[in-house]
Every structure is written in structure tokens, then in C-alpha cells.
Design a protein around this ligand. Structure first.
Ligand SMILES: Cc1cc2nc3c(=O)[nH]c(=O)nc-3n(C[C@H](O)[C@H](O)[C@H](O)COP(=O)(O)O)c2cc1C
Ligand SMILES: CCCCCCC(=O)C(=O)O
Length: 370
């Protein structure tokens, strides 16, 4: 168990931010090139990275009027957990690059905002420490390792620490080529460890002349032969609900539902297969395929309350923030992530009212024109 001081971030600039773009600018300005390129980049030409944002902008809202919107309610539930609004935090590796509080700052913000944090296998902080700060508002993301026992151990630790779901990332048997990271040989600074993934000594041994040491390290750990059939093994090591993250087609959504898994529509923030379909474009066929049998979530390009509304209208139970949470963390630690969540919730509440809806349950397909 790590005991670190978690200073209350006193960041006066935060109060001047009015949207997530302001927080992104603040966060980016505080990062060095190594961290900035790791967080910001997408794969190859970054076509999918851009498409995630553009996909939201291309959808138009169909507001209704003369509805009593003096009180709007943006609360919802995911897998039985009440959320202040349908926004959680997606798993992302290495929060220590953004802020000294690392994943603990993010977890505290998620907990205090009534949100939910998904902790990456590749965190800089042990699961148990993050779980304490997340106070029940935690899911754990798993990259299944070739070493089954090591994977099972991680899953058991997450479950024992209080994680409420296991998110299995299925779109990254290999790491996509984020070319700025290759060009400048992205590396973890020496003070940051990867406590759920192996020792720094192991990391150092994986160093190679070509490409990033971490890509090699990752590729050595992750099981590239993991298939639908292996979900039965995962079921045998946990009673947690299983969510498959990285689904983009009706065919895979159907398989997921048949295997009793919830579906997280994602293209990994455009970091894996470039020119893959944007998340919001993929959502309707996924929702149609699962026919309400399992919950559907989405991430990729969410930066506005209207994005959240559009995803919910198209059938997502909740959306998750990848980079937006990292920019908030870089901008001001826990307070920066909290500001990110608060601004988005305010935008969502306003958008809901301006659409003539009183609560999230009233948001349906009729609200959008594709
Ligand atoms: C810096 C960074 C690290 C990430 N690390 C992980 C990870 O460890 N596991 C995972 O499943 N997804 C990871 N992702 C993908 C996110 O969970 C999410 O799918 C994506 O960031 C959503 O897109 P957005 O950044 O536009 O919100 C990472 C994304 C970023 C930007
Ligand atoms: C540098 C390799 C780490 C890959 C694991 C984190 C991740 O999913 C990402 O998108 O980055």
C-alpha cells in the first residue's frame, strides 16, 4: 500500500475555464513533450481520432418546446450504480505523467462527483490504493495477459478491492502505431512504476533499438490469441459483470450479448486501427443488435454536454472520457478532473432542458437526426 500526500490542488486558472477545451489547453501547457505526445496521439494519420469528434458534430438535435423544464434530472445508473449523470472515466494508462497524484487524483474526483472511474491495468498506482479513493465508484480494465495466473491475480485483486465490473479491452492485441511516440521513443520517467504490470527491471529488459520500450513491453505481456472462447475462463475467475471494450460492429455486439457481456463501443480514442469507424457512428448498429439484453456504453471524442445527449439518444447508457479526464488531471490534479466532470454535467443539464426533456429517461432516438 502506498502512502502519498495528495495536496489539494490550488490552481486559480481552473476557475477561469468555461469548457473542456479550456481545460485541455491548460492541461497541455503543463505537460512535457513525452507525456503530451503519448496522451494526444492517435494511430497513423489520426483519421479515426478526428472522426470521433466530427461524428458528434454531424448529428443534429430535434428539440421540443413548451415543456416544463424548471427542474431537470440528469441522474442515471450503470450496472446498478447510481451516477450523478451518464458520464464516467475511461481507462487510460500512466496518470502519473499528468500529475503527482496520478490515478488517486482521478479516483477522488470521480468519487466526489458521483461519477465512476475505470482503472487501467497500466496504472502507475496499485489497484488497492486507487480503490480506496474511488470509494465504490470503480471498474477495473483488464488486458488479458499470456500469463493466465497473473491475469487471474489482477482480477481477484480488483474484485477484493471493491471494483464493480471487469472491463476487458478487446481492440488491442497489438498496440496501434502512434507515430509521434515511435519517432521520439516514448518512455516512462524513472520515478513512475507500473505496479499491476510487472517490475521496472522487466521494463528495462524489454528496451529495444526500434520503437518504444513500452510498446515492446506491452506486446510481450498481452495474449494475442485471446478469443470469445476464453471468456468462459474469465467467468471462472470472477463473479463481476464483464464489459467488452472496443466493440464497433453489430456482429461482435451480438456475440458479446450471447456471452452475457456488456458492450463498450470504442475505437480506443483512435489509437488502434486508423480509419476504423467513429464510435458515435458505430453506436446505432450495436444498440440494435443487442436489443436491450445488455448495457451499452460509448467513448471517443466526448467533450460536450450535447455529445453525451446524442450518445444517450442513440442508446448508450453512459459515456466515458479518455483524454478529457487526462487534460483535467494535468490542469489541476483532482480539482481539474472534478472541474471537467462538473462542466460537462452543467452542459448536459442545459442541453437537456433546451431539448424540452425533464430527465435522461425521456431521451430517445427521436431527439436526433443523423
Ligand atoms: C493516453 C491514453 C491511454 C489509454 N490507455 C488505455 C488503457 O490502458 N486501456 C484501455 O482499455 N484503453 C486505454 N485508452 C483508451 C481509452 O480508454 C478510451 O477508449 C479513449 O481515450 C476514448 O477516446 P477519447 O480520448 O477521445 O475520450 C487510452 C487512451 C489514452 C488517450
Ligand atoms: C505504450 C504501450 C501501452 C499500451 C497500453 C495503454 C493503452 O491502451 C494506450 O492506448 O496507450
Amino acid at each position: 500500500m502506498t502512502t502519498i500526500n495528495l495536496p489539494d490542488a490550488d490552481v486559480p486558472e481552473l476557475s477561469g475555464t468555461v469548457n473542456l477545451a479550456d481545460l485541455e489547453a491548460l492541461g497541455r501547457a503543463r505537460l512535457d513533450r513525452n507525456a503530451l505526445e503519448y496522451y494526444a496521439s492517435g494511430a497513423n494519420d489520426e483519421v479515426t481520432l478526428r472522426a470521433n469528434r466530427e461524428g458528434f458534430r454531424a448529428i443534429r438535435l430535434r428539440p421540443r418546446v413548451l415543456v416544463d423544464v424548471s427542474n431537470v434530472d440528469v441522474r442515471t445508473e450503470v450496472l446498478g450504480l447510481p451516477l450523478a449523470c451518464p458520464v464516467g472515466i475511461a481507462p487510460s494508462a500512466f496518470h502519473g505523467l499528468a500529475h503527482e497524484t496520478a490515478e488517486r487524483g482521478t479516483a477522488r474526483a470521480a468519487a466526489s462527483a458521483g461519477s465512476l472511474m475505470t482503472l487501467s491495468t497500466f496504472s502507475n498506482t496499485p489497484i488497492e490504493d486507487v480503490a480506496r479513493d474511488a470509494v465504490g465508484r470503480l471498474w477495473f480494465q483488464l488486458y488479458p495477459y499470456t500469463d493466465r495466473e497473473a491475469s487471474a491475480d489482477l482480477v481477484r485483486r480488483a474484485e477484493a478491492a471493491g471494483a464493480r465490473a471487469l472491463v476487458v479491452t478487446v481492440d488491442a492485441p497489438f498496440v496501434g502505431r502512434r507515430e509521434p511516440n515511435e519517432r521520439h521513443r516514448f518512455a516512462l520517467p524513472p520515478h513512475l512504476g507500473v505496479p499491476n504490470a510487472g517490475s521496472r527491471e522487466h521494463l528495462a529488459r524489454m528496451e529495444s533499438e526500434s520503437g518504444s520500450q513500452l510498446v515492446n513491453y506491452f506486446q510481450g505481456l498481452v495474449d494475442k490469441a485471446f478469443t470469445w472462447a476464453d471468456l468462459a475462463w474469465l467467468r471462472s475467475v470472477t463473479t463481476l459483470p464483464i464489459v467488452l471494450k472496443g466493440i464497433l460492429t453489430a456482429e461482435d455486439a451480438l456475440l458479446a450479448a450471447e456471452h452475457g457481456a456488456h458492450v463498450w463501443v470504442s475505437n480506443h480514442g483512435g489509437r488502434q486501427l486508423d480509419t476504423a469507424v467513429s464510435s458515435i457512428e458505430a453506436l446505432p448498429e450495436v444498440v440494435e443488435a443487442v436489443e436491450g439484453r445488455v448495457e451499452v456504453y460509448l467513448d471517443g471524442g466526448v467533450t460536450r454536454g450535447t455529445d453525451v445527449l446524442k450518445a444517450v439518444a442513440l442508446g448508450a447508457r453512459a459515456v466515458f472520457l479518455g483524454r478529457a479526464a487526462l487534460w483535467g488531471l494535468a490542469a489541476g490534479g483532482e480539482a481539474g478532473v472534478r472541474r471537467t466532470l462538473d462542466l460537462l454535467q452543467d452542459e448536459l443539464r442545459l442541453a437537456l432542458a433546451l431539448c424540452g426533456k425533464q430527465n435522461i429517461g425521456q431521451v430517445g432516438r427521436d431527439l436526433v437526426r443523423l
